[in-house]
Ligand binder design. Structure first.
Ligand code: NI
Length: 251
């Protein structure tokens, strides 16, 4: 199994060695580590050099875009020469926390889409309460990068619009929450070859560990829930989503 979106550098309760060991002990062979803040760009690069099963995505999260400077583009391109850097992320739009700098979010999002296109990298997209703008910007500006809708929070209809574009839908711990009916429906309906699994650790910890910090080893609870809902085996979900992740991220 592969955790396709996991901020293992933000987990506070466990040491990194322990997180990696727990993951390996539970059959999670590879972890994709996205960056969010400016300082993450260095951290992600360093951790990908240290741990052989950790691969990195570079980019600035929409809530952090006030810290964007154009010199970051050079840094991202330089680090991307490493075979351990596999994409751009997480980037996108977040209208949940603060709507006062939506235009800046859009500008920095577009700049980073262009970097991904230039590097021929997949993109891990953060879209929170910004489905329409995220979709429209990707349609207009993305030229050829594979799109992964991380922590997908839209409706089944929006999921269908995305998969029609060839984009991938990543689902995490939310699918285990009893009240997450929309996400459950998406997990049931999404074409299996467009599905990816993720934890978004240390956030969105699946049941039965809700309230604790999340970690890659908990991805099996996400996979189990989806397997149960779709009435297929855990092995089948594992096989298909692992192959998809390996192909998209070239890992
Ligand atoms: Ni994230």
């Amino acid at each position: 199994m592969i955790d396709t979106h996991s901020h293992i550098n933000m987990v506070e309760d466990l040491a990194l060695d322990e997180i990696i060991k727990n993951a390996k002990d539970n059959g999670i062979q590879k972890i994709i580590l996205p960056s969010a803040s400016v300082s993450d760009i260095d951290t992600v690069f360093e951790l990908t050099q240290k741990y052989d099963n950790v691969y990195g995505l570079l980019g600035i999260h929409p809530t952090e875009v006030k810290d964007w400077t154009d010199s970051l583009e050079e840094k991202i391109k330089e680090y991307s020469k490493s075979p351990k850097i596999k994409g751009i992320g997480e980037i996108g739009l977040d209208y949940y926390w603060d709507k006062s700098f939506n235009d800046l979010q859009k500008n920095v999002f577009i700049k980073q889409i262009k970097i991904a296109n230039e590097l021929n990298f997949p993109i891990s997209i953060h879209d929170r309460e910004a489905h329409k703008d995220t979709f429209d910007i990707l349609k207009e500006y993305n030229k050829g990068s594979t799109i992964i809708m991380h922590c997908f929070s839209g409706s089944v209809e929006f999921m269908r619009e995305c998969t029609k574009e060839g984009w991938y839908i990543a689902i995490g711990g939310v699918v285990t929450f009893n009240n997450a009916l929309k996400t459950k429906e998406v997990a049931k309906e999404v074409p299996l070859d467009k599905l990816l699994l993720e934890t978004d650790a240390p956030y969105l910890t699946p049941a039965p560990f809700r309230g604790k910090e999340n970690q890659p080893s908990y991805i099996k609870y996400v996979a189990e829930e989806i397997a149960k809902m779709r009435n297929i085996s855990l092995k089948e979900i594992d096989k298909i989503t692992t192959a998809t992740a390996e192909r998209i991220f070239n890992i």
